[in-house]
Every structure is written in C-alpha cells, then in structure tokens.
Design a protein around this ligand. Structure first.
Ligand code: SAM
Length: 336
C-alpha cells in the first residue's frame, strides 16, 4: 500500500528515480508544476487559441443551466477563479449572461508569472479584482457565490482535498463550475473512439501537398530546419534548464515526461495517473452539492475550432443533444 505522504503520486517514482530526484513526490510535483507554468505563461494565450475560440459556447451553456435552475442571482456576484492562468476562463465567464452579474473576482494561481499576465488582462475588465498566489487549500476563508476551475482539475493530484477546500470557500447555494478536463467516465467509449478514427482518416487527406511529394526523411529534415530557424528556445528546454539549475533533476526530462507531472490526470502520458476527471468520482467528493448539469464536448477528440466544417456541424449537433461521450467534460454544481 502507498504511504499517505505519496498522496497518490507514486506513479511518478520511476521518473523521479531515473532523474535522481531527492524531493518527495509532492514536492517534485509542485516544483515541476510551478516551473512549467512560469514558462508556459509566455506562450499560453498563443498556444490556446482553440480554447479561446471553442469554449465560449460551453461557458454559455453551463451558465444558462445555472440560470435555468433559478432563482435568478442578484448583481454583484463574488467569484473565485482557481488556477486562473492568464485569465482566459474568467474572461469567457464574464461574457455570459451570468457573467454580467459578477461584481468582483479573486484570481488564484500557484504561478506568479501567470498571475502577472492575468492582472494585466483583469485591469481591462472594469471590475474589482485581487490576485492571490498559492493553492486553494491555502486560501484562508471565503464566501464565494461561484468558484470557477477552467482547465485545472486535471492538474490537481489530490482532488479529494481540493473538493473539501471548494466546499469550505463557497457560500450556501454557491456554484462550482469546472470544464476543459479529459472526460474520465468515457475513456473506453466505442462511439468516441470511432469518431476520433473518422477525423483521423479525414484529416490525413488534408496533408499539405509538399509533404505528400517528399520522402519521410526529407520531411523530417525540412520540419527540423523550419523549427530551428523560426522558434526561440522552446519552453520545455527552459523548464529543464531551470529544474537542473535548482538541482530538482539531474538529467533533463522529455516534454511528455514533464506533462506526465503537470497534467497528472491526463491519459496517454508515460507517468501520469491518466484516469481523467470522472463525474462519478466528483459526485462522491462533492457530497453536499447537487449536480445541476454536466456537458461534454470535443466529440471528435478535438475542440470545435480545430475541426473541418462538416465535423463542426456534427460537433454542434452532439452538443445540442447533450451527449456525454466527448473528449472533455464540464459541470456545474450547487452547494446544497
Ligand atoms: C491549463 S492552465 C488554465 C488557465 C486558465 N484557467 C484557463 O482556462 O486558461 C492551468 C493553471 O492552473 C494553475 N495551477 C496548477 N495547479 C494549481 C493549484 N494546485 N492551485 C492553483 N493553481 C494551479 C497553473 O499554474 C496554470 O496557470
């Protein structure tokens, strides 16, 4: 049986041993997480255009679910955005009909660099806001009307402890809204696998003509040339350099190994827990909450903005049908 201080992170031990890590799994996770997001903050908005373009619909639907539940919330809602990053999630929330009622926002993140970007963005919202550095467990007290976690739950190793903190920080009747996490209850779903297969076939045909004309070896060397000519030092390299400099690791990690640590619940990574976020498991954690709605999306494994037009239309149909077997899951809960 794993010792309690491993906190479910024993999956990282083989990676830690191979890189000479002397920290506990929890300390290692924290160090990699904060360092990764320090450098990711510089490219986050550019690399996540798909979320900026695709998530407005999910925010709208989930917020409409809250309003449909009633009673109509008054103005001046007090929000906590956990893992706010550069502020993308809050900004999308503010554009919904529920978001129009927000009065003030607390922006919480473990990464000071993300918070600096977020503060810049928040200064354009015309709202009262505060930036808070740390984890949700460290927030002393609160009485929030709504807690938001956009693309965050899959980074949190201890979702049990996290859920206890969410409950502690909400007012009675408060809302918890989370989205953009891998849909753990449907990893084995055959329909989803078939749809992902369909898009694989369809997009393979869209390979640029120069690629079709060239041998695999020439393709690889052309891509390498283009990358080295146009890319500044990649942020994965910068993450490794900092972790090596701080003595956290003795040998660099690959990108997939780093993501195994930061995206601890994401599947398909060599050392992650890899089980996604399960609504069934969240129900057991949020015992004093009612599930107002759960909604899935990414029915072809990708976000709407990335799909060819005819797949976009099918994605929209599946969203409208409230099918639950997409790649991503979003839910709204109400503290009873
Ligand atoms: C994928 S980003 C999402 C950012 C933003 N919510 C969005 O939707 O664009 C995840 C963010 O969660 C932060 N984070 C990771 N673990 C955290 C924790 N335990 N507590 C607070 N923030 C955390 C990271 O620093 C990062 O900014």
């Amino acid at each position: 049986m794993a010792s309690p201080e491993l906190n479910g992170l024993d999956c990282l031990l083989p990676l830690m041993n191979s890189r000479g890590v002397q920290l506990s799994p929890l300390e290692f996770h924290y160090a990699v997480n904060v360092t990764f997001h320090a450098f990711e903050s510089q490219v986050y908005d550019e690399n996540h255009q798909d979320m900026r373009l695709s998530l407005p619909r999910q925010f709208e639907l989930l917020c409409d679910d809250v309003l449909a539940r009633g009673p109509e919330p008054g103005a001046g809602l007090n929000i906590l955005d956990v893992g706010c990053g550069t502020g993308l999630g809050s900004e999308l929330l503010l554009k919904t009909s529920l978001g129009q009622k927000v009065g003030r926002i607390d922006l919480l993140d473990t990464s000071p660099e993300m918070l600096a970007k977020c503060a810049e963005r928040a200064s354009t919202w015309g709202l009262e806001y505060r930036v808070l550095e740390g984890t949700v467990e460290a927030v002393a007290s609160g009485c929030y009307d709504l807690v938001l976690a956009c693309s965050v739950l899959h980074h949190i190793p201890d979702l049990d402890g996290f859920s206890v903190s969410i409950r502690r920080l909400q007012r009675q009747g408060g809302i918890f809204l989370h989205l953009q996490d891998p849909n753990g209850d449907y990893f084995e779903d055959r329909e989803l696998a078939n749809r992902v297969g369909e898009i694989d076939v369809a997009t393979r045909k869209r390979v640029p003509s120069w690629v079709r004309r060239m041998s695999p070896l020439r393709v690889a060397s052309r891509i390498r040339r283009e990358i080295t000519r146009t890319q500044p030092k990649g942020y994965i390299q910068l993450v490794n350099e900092r972790l090596l400099g701080e003595g956290v690791i003795l040998e660099p990690m690959t990108a997939e190994e780093i993501w195994s640590v930061t995206d601890i619940h994401v599947d398909g990574l060599p050392f992650s827990l890899g089980k996604g976020v399960s609504v069934t498991a969240m129900k057991a954690r949020l015992v004093d909450h009612d599930l107002i709605a759960s909604r899935s999306y990414g029915f072809f494994g990708q976000l709407w903005s990335e799909l060819p037009p005819r797949f976009k239309a099918r994605e929209e149909e599946l969203i409208d049908q409230k099918k639950l077997n997409g790649r991503y899951i979003g839910c709204v809960w109400q503290h009873a």
